[in-house]
Design a protein around this ligand. Structure first.
Ligand SMILES: *Cc1c(COP(=O)(O)O)cnc(C)c1O
Length: 348
């Protein structure tokens, strides 16, 4: 499978922007090549120099944690940037199509619409697993991307591993596995499979378990040709210096992150049990993520009553296969207690 033939014709022929720092390699102390302000920044810290376009220091530190070589790592302004770049690099507007598997993360469809790329929807089965037959039927020669979110948002379950492998092995386009919630899952990451599948793209993010949503930093891991194409298409300085510095520091505190993951998983199990005991709750779906999908007797009424008490959850009741459902993020122990008390007060 030749990834280079998957990319759009104009991208294949694209000569990327060459930054001042790309054109000079070596030791120097006087940089007069990028029209920066050499005096500094009107801040305690200087941000007057353009950041490393390829974020090599950060990727190097990340490679030690993830076990993925630098050349197989792309960093984006949130994983949402990687999603958008996959459309821009691989999908010919008005001609190509992608497959998404609802109910799932909303950005895949929004990004497709922005890029004028047809979206083919193949609903998950009632078990929230892949409908492999329908996926196979939906694929044609213009299908470039299939998005599989695992653990899936908003349902919370992991997708059966062998089903994902079936798609990977049989589809001649890119299979994008969105692992935004992988840190909370019993199922392991697909990262070890990167060497096996040239068409595998794994998305992860600093926005969830890492607690850095406001920095906007996402990861894509893939075979070299895919990463090279994403790097060719991305804005030259897509990750700002403050984000690179802070993320590098955060990586030193992985112990803290792992502690929070343990607590959150314990809270998830506890909250699931407590919710299941409430009569207004019809069903608690098992979760491999840091949120729980629950079906309640009257979703809108419950949602409004929680808002009344200053508690905001996500109303998913109009999403197909999630009728009557709310999605609740696992908060701190204290936040979860407040939520439970509020729901108990509404219990008939
Ligand atoms: C939250 C989330 C993301 C994260 O997006 P960022 O742009 O990295 O903040 C990605 N995918 C899914 C499924 C999510 O729920």
């Amino acid at each position: 499978m030749d990834i280079n033939n998957l990319q759009r014709e104009n991208i294949k022929n694209l000569r990327p922007y060459s930054t001042a720092r790309d054109e000079y390699k070596g030791q120097a102390s006087v940089f007069l090549d990028a029209n920066e302000n050499g005096y500094g920044s009107p801040l305690d810290q200087n941000f007057n120099r353009y950041p490393d376009p390829l974020q090599l220091d950060l990727k190097d530190a990340l490679s030690k944690i993830k076990g993925v070589p630098i050349e197989n790592t792309f960093l984006g302004n949130g994983s949402d940037e990687a999603i958008d770049l996959l459309f821009r690099a691989f999908c010919e507007p008005g001609k190509d199509n992608v497959i998404i598997l609802p109910p799932t993360y909303g950005m895949y469809e929004v990004s497709a619409n922005i890029n004028n790329v047809e979206v083919r929807k193949v609903n998950l089965l009632p078990s929230f697993q892949l409908d492999l037959e329908k996926i196979a039927e939906a694929i044609d020669q213009h299908t470039k991307l299939i998005f599989i979110c695992s653990p899936n948002n908003p349902t919370g379950n992991s997708i059966i591993r062998t089903d994902i492998e079936t798609v990977l092995a049989n589809f001649n386009g890119l299979v994008v596995i969105d692992e935004a919630y992988i840190n909370y899952a019993k199922q392991r990451t697909f990262i070890p499979e990167l060497t096996e599948y040239p068409n595998l793209v794994i998305l992860q993010t600093f926005s969830k378990a890492w607690g850095l949503a406001a920095l906007r930093l996402g990861m894509a891991f893939a075979a070299r040709p895919v990463i090279d194409i994403l790097n060719k298409v991305k804005p030259p300085y897509n990750i700002n210096q403050a984000t690179q510095d802070l993320a590098l520091k955060a990586l030193e505190n992985i112990g803290q992150v792992n502690d929070w993951i343990k607590v959150t998983v314990a809270e998830r199990e506890n909250l699931s049990q407590e919710l299941a005991a409430l009569s207004l709750v019809k069903k608690v779906y098992p979760s491999d993520a840091n949120f729980i999908l629950i079906e309640v007797i009257d979703a809108l009424k419950t949602y409004d009553a929680l808002v009344e008490q200053g508690i905001i959850v996500r109303d998913r009741s109009k999403v197909s296969l999630c009728e009557g459902c709310l999605r609740i993020t696992i908060g701190t122990t204290q936040e979860n207690q407040i939520l439970l008390a509020a729901l108990k007060s509404l219990n008939p």
